[in-house]
Design a protein. Structure first.
Length: 422
């Protein structure tokens, strides 16, 4: 008998019919002798609906008083879906109980809308499992030291599930979603994308951080830290398929580099449209400039991603970096009011219509010419590269947003990702 955690995303929980299907599937696993903990997301569209209502009443602000209420509000989506799932499980003849994050409790810090899990007390859940119940735990939320409800960032139910699996030393955490695994790129953008049978933890971490929203990045971090066996699979297969077949389906996140993975130089392509570019033009080229600009940005708690500094001409240079689009206006204002006057720079310009496209693969460590192949294939499509950033297992480029799909498709083809692995 194993302890297994299942997580079901919003689409998988999207209607009473789908919730009934989830309940039937979970009941099948429980009847096969497993102790089951289930972590659902809110029904699809619900989190957006709730946050939209808040926005109607007051545009987003970053004050803690406001974000506290956003979390109080958004957490109700998962509370509703969890109770519905427990009801559906009971209707299937299973004993079941649901808990909100604060009831477990899942303790977090107080960073509303992006809280981090600090600890999980599993006594109550273990007692229910021992009594033969299926336990449903709300995804996406926790509670801080002052008993405020917190949420873990969009897509955070993945993280709740993996954290619960880690805390309870579950045998496996299965992430059920609306695709049947992790693909070479988002199959919505490239229909020829291929499902990966396995993907290394490091590659998954890069893909998630570079924009593949199939798993929230923090869930991958948790899985790596606590070595949680993690699998992504479809909730849309018939609920009564053979359980052994189901247990082997989808994509397994692996912690060892096997031979097959070594062969694939590029395993996947990720993209994201969430960033904006800011450039400070005519900066005096002298020591301390990067610190002067980025120090002020960091002090304002704004995260910076790709950075480039151009070569100087006549003692002046241009300095560009990207930030989250939501922080763009604040960054430009900060630079204009706080940095430009003391720096003697000419002006700040920006572009919100950019995207970042990345190729990811642990094989890049041992192969040369991968980045140049990427640049060639983009140039053949007439796509101009604005910025480049690399690490051992990824190369990212910042390009005009309007070329995003073209770039992803061209790279997918150039690296033979549509071809079956030999
Ligand atoms: P859930 O509601 O189940 O959490 P998400 O919408 O968060 O589902 O994540 C699943 C979606 O992630 C898929 O529908 C797909 O469009 C998208 N996606 C992006 N990149 C990938 C990828 N490399 N492989 C699979 N799906 C991906
Ligand atoms: N319901 C939350 C969201 O839409 C969390 C999740 O689905 O993982 O972001
Ligand atoms: Mg998700």
């Amino acid at each position: 008998m194993a302890l297994i955690v299942h997580k079901y995303g919003g689409t998988s929980m999207g209607s009473p019919e789908r919730i009934r299907n989830v309940a039937k599937r979970v009941a099948k696993w429980a009847r096969a002798g497993h102790q089951m903990v289930v972590v659902p997301s809110a029904m699809s569209g619900e989190t957006n609906r709730l946050l939209g209502l808040a926005k109607e009443l007051a545009p987003s602000k970053s004050s803690a008083a406001y974000t506290r209420e956003l979390d109080m509000l958004a957490a109700t989506g998962e509370q509703a879906s969890s109770a519905l799932l427990a009801i559906a499980l009971q209707a299937e003849g299973m004993e079941s109980v649901s808990y909100a994050g604060w009831q477990v409790p899942i303790k977090t810090n107080s960073a509303f809308t992006k809280a981090r899990i600090e600890s999980i007390d599993d006594d109550r859940v273990r007692a229910d499992l021992a009594a033969g119940k299926v336990v449903v735990i709300t995804g996406f939320q926790g509670v801080d030291e002052e008993a405020n409800i917190t949420t873990l960032g969009r897509g955070g139910s993945d993280t709740s599930a993996v954290a619960v699996a880690a805390a309870m030393k579950a045998s496996e955490c299965l992430i059920y979603t609306d695709v049947d695994g992790v693909y070479t790129t988002d199959p919505r953008v490239v229909p020829e994308a291929r499902r990966l049978q396995t993907v290394s933890f490091e590659e998954m971490l890069e893909m998630a951080s570079l924009g593949s929203k199939v798993l929230q990045i923090r869930s991958v971090e948790f899985a790596g830290k606590y070595k949680v066996p993690l699998r992504v699979l479809s909730s849309f297969t018939p609920w009564d398929i053979d359980i052994n077949e189901e247990a082997k389906s989808g994509t397994l996140i692996t912690f060892e580099e096997d031979e097959k993975m070594e062969q694939a130089v590029v395993s996947g392509i990720a993209f994201n449209r969430d960033e904006a570019k800011v450039s400070v033009l005519g900066v005096p080229d002298k020591p301390g400039i990067a610190y002067h600009i980025l120090g002020a940005v960091a002090d304002a708690n704004i995260e910076v991603d790709v950075i480039i500094q151009n070569i100087s001409k006549d003692g002046k240079t241009d300095f560009s970096f990207t930030v989250h689009r939501g922080e763009y206006a604040r960054t430009v204002e900060l630079l204009n009011t706080k940095v430009l006057p003391s720096l003697g720079a000419a002006e700040v310009v920006g572009d919100t219509k950019i995207c970042k496209v990345s190729i990811v693969g642990i094989g890049m460590r041992s192969h040369v010419g991968v980045a140049s192949k990427m640049f060639r294939s983009l140039s053949e499509e007439g796509i101009n590269i604005q910025m480049i950033s690399t690490s051992e297992i990824k190369t990212s480029v910042v390009i005009d947003e309007k070329y995003m799909e073209l770039a992803v498709r061209a790279l997918h083809k150039a690296f033979d990702l549509d071809q079956p692995v030999s």
